[in-house]
Ligand binder design. Structure first.
Ligand code: LLP
Length: 403
């Protein structure tokens, strides 16, 4: 990763350019497999983090399952050669059409988030003459201590079923003819830098599992949701082995299998976003490095005030100035980084780090900008295009005929 010639890739494929390192994907996946090897986990890569077909295919080849939140994501997994029987389908707003699609594909589990969703799923499955395997997403009401927009496990959040309603929900599910109960799940938030909320959530679900089992409702799996946080700057990230040590005995004692849904930690630090410096502008109060990547390519700084490290990879020793690194979009919120020490001159290539997760997958065409190309570097260091840059024709394609 460190000896990749990023300026050469920028010259070859153009900028902005997402670059992913296959070896880093493999290593991140192996870290989960190894840490949790005692309970043979099904690691279901959360496709929302990066839905590139080649990324999905790589994880599929490693034996991964997939956490999806739309029919579109399921379609991506199937198109990339993923195994339908390892797909779980999460999300608060599954439509009938999506349920039908997922049932016909033969997915492993629907992570159901409300009673109306359960009733609808039972109806749709009945109509298709199928049985829907389900888990309930329970809201364990623990504070994940992360950014409020990506914290999901509190009572005030829209996700999941409240713990106090959980037993009733399972009883209802047990009474429905086209539903098969197989598990329980939770997801308390993303970019978690503290292990204790994850363990607390697990313990609460275990208590529920014990109550259900006393009522004759036996579960096969416990799904603990997303993965651990990653280092963007100087965060302390949870140790997977410590996480595994805390949960394994609880699962083993009950014969439960483990499902995990990591996204960010499998891809985040396996990717960078390369951008070219268009202008260096000395304003009255501030300096600005205007680059050709923008909030449409990397939404995280604008949306979550997220920090992404930025380095000059074409002239690492260039004299530094303090500047805001900004994109060309007509919004003050369009920044990549603020008050950064950066050496930059027109034409330099900057690498925006930790851009493998929630970067290309959150990209848009705002300001009629073509979405960027994506490149994969294989284990031998060879690069290949895994998504071509959008063209002007792509931008106009869905509207032109209606003029
Ligand atoms: N499972 C479910 C049900 C989820 O909602 C999520 C993420 C994951 C798994 C994966 O979590 P991870 O391992 O990546 O932490 N766009 C935001 C992150 C939103 C996360 C939403 N759910 C960001 O850029 O920080």
């Amino acid at each position: 990763m460190n000896n990749t010639n990023y300026p050469r890739l920028a010259a070859q494929y153009g900028t902005p350019l997402y670059v992913y390192h296959q070896a880093a994907l493999t290593a991140a996946f192996a870290a989960y497999q190894t840490a949790f090897s005692g309970c043979q986990p099904l690691v279901c890569y959360a496709v929302k983090a990066n839905g590139n077909l080649s990324v999905i295919r790589h994880f599929a080849q490693l034996g991964s399952g997939f956490d999806t939140v739309s029919a579109g994501e399921i379609a991506r997994v199937l198109a990339a050669g993923g195994d339908a029987s390892k797909i779980i389908f999460s999300g608060v707003g599954k439509t009938e059409a999506e349920m039908e699609y997922a049932l016909n594909a033969g997915i492993k589990c629907f992570n159901v988030e409300s009673l109306p969703e359960l009733e609808r799923l039972n109806d749709v499955a009945g109509r298709l003459g199928k049985i829907a395997p389900i888990s309930f997403r329970i809201n364990p009401d623990v504070d994940a201590k992360t950014h409020p927009y990506i914290s999901t496990g509190l009572k005030a959040n829209k996700f999941g079923i409240a713990m106090r309603d959980a037993e009733q929900a399972y009883q209802r599910a047990a009474s429905l003819p086209h539903i098969k109960i197989i598990g329980v799940d939770c997801h308390i938030g993303s970019q978690l830098t503290d292990l204790s909320p994850l363990i607390a959530a697990c313990e609460r679900l275990i208590a529920l599992i014990d109550k259900l089992s006393a009522q004759g409702i036996a579960l096969q799996h416990l799904d603990l949701g997303g993965g651990v946080g990653i280092v963007y700057k100087d965060e302390h990230t949870p140790d997977l082995h410590a996480y595994a040590q805390a949960v394994e005995p609880l699962l083993k004692a009950r014969g439960l299998s483990l499902v995990l849904e990591p996204g960010r930690s499998l891809v985040g630090n396996a990717g960078v976003l390369l951008t070219r410096v268009e202008y260096v502008k000395h304003g009255e109060e501030k300096n600005f490095v205007v680059v050709d990547a923008a909030m449409n390519d990397l939404m995280r700084p604008a949306l979550y005030q997220a920090y992404h490290a930025v380095e000059n990879v074409s002239r690492p020793d260039a004299p530094q100035i303090t500047a805001d690194i900004v994109g060309p979009i007509c919004e003050t919120g369009d920044f990549i980084g603020k008050e950064r020490q950066i050496g930059a001159a027109q034409g330099d290539i900057l690498a925006i780090r930790s851009a493998g997760a929630y970067a290309s997958s959150m990209a848009s065409n705002y300001n009629a900008r073509c979405r960027a190309a994506e490149v994969m570097i294989d284990e031998q260091g060879n690069s290949r295009l895994v998504r071509r840059r959008e063209t002007m024709d792509d931008l106009l394609a869905t509207e032109r005929e209606y003029l």
